[in-house]
Design a protein around this ligand. Structure first.
Ligand SMILES: C[S@@+](CC[C@H](N)C(=O)[O-])C[C@H]1O[C@@H](n2cnc3c(N)ncnc32)[C@H](O)[C@@H]1O
Length: 223
């Protein structure tokens, strides 16, 4: 996994501009924030941003963790009043039952099933009873439809709601689809209209044919 950390160490300084200053990045960021605004309504919650990177979504959390020291430098500089730690998401230093909510974006997509499972184990450990993790992941049904394949680690992982339902530590509470149409490729004048249609289709029975799924996973306290 070190190649992933090296990659983000090298990208850290330009990450915000490189990923979120273009039409695609701005669109994704806005839609993710719309969903987080719907789900994160209790300001008293203990919230961890897992793989917080440069701190794009750290305004929603009190704590951050990332394995790239360069990314951490940037997020610490932006959010001097937050507790941000360098750690592997698989082995954080937090005590059991610490957080109400964990958010984790643009992270699982770069891992493999084994690593995702280990990180979910750790999330289960550090979440309070009834805690939840909110994360995004590419939809495998969309990728199969478009015959998307990659040999690289970057963005290579995808999954389905059926697979996510098999995790015995968590149950799915809510799902959202994101980016059914490649909106950023349409001319500017058409985008506002398309965003509205996209939101409807990406949250209909065609949800899993969106590019990404956003999952609210609730900790299962039966085991
Ligand atoms: C694409 S960035 C996402 C950053 C942020 N969550 C966002 O949405 O903008 C992926 C982040 O995952 C971090 N990362 C990769 N492997 C990790 C691991 N095993 N534990 C913790 N962080 C990791 C990288 O350092 C990088 O900052």
């Amino acid at each position: 996994m070190d190649k992933i950390i090296d990659y983000y160490d090298n990208l850290a300084e330009t990450y915000d501009e490189n990923r979120f200053e273009n039409t695609y990045g701005k669109f994704i960021d806005k839609q993710e924030r719309n969903i987080l605004n719907q789900l994160l309504t209790n300001s008293k919650e203990m919230i961890l941003d897992l793989a917080c990177g440069s701190g794009r979504l750290l305004n929603y959390a009190n704590f951050g963790v990332d394995a790239s020291s360069k990314m951490i430098e940037i997020s610490k500089h932006k959010f001097q009043n937050k507790s941000i730690y360098l750690a592997d998401a698989e082995k954080t230093q937090f005590e059991a039952n610490t957080f109400d909510t964990i958010i984790s974006f643009h992270f699982f997509m770069h891992l493999n099933q084994n690593k995702v499972d280990k990180i979910l184990e750790e999330c289960y450990r550090i979440l309070k009873p009834n805690g939840r993790i909110i994360f995004d992941v590419p939809s495998i049904k969309r990728r199969e439809l478009l015959n998307f394949k990659t040999n690289e680690w970057h963005g290579a992982y995808s999954t389905s709601i059926a697979v996510l339902k098999q995790n015995h530590h968590f149950k799915i509470n809510q799902t959202f689809g994101l980016l059914f149409f490649p909106i950023h490729r349409f001319p500017k004048f058409a985008r506002n209209f398309l965003v509205k249609i996209d939101l409807i289709i990406a949250n209909s029975f065609l949800k899993e044919y969106s590019s990404y799924l956003i999952i609210e996973y609730k900790k299962n306290d039966d085991n």
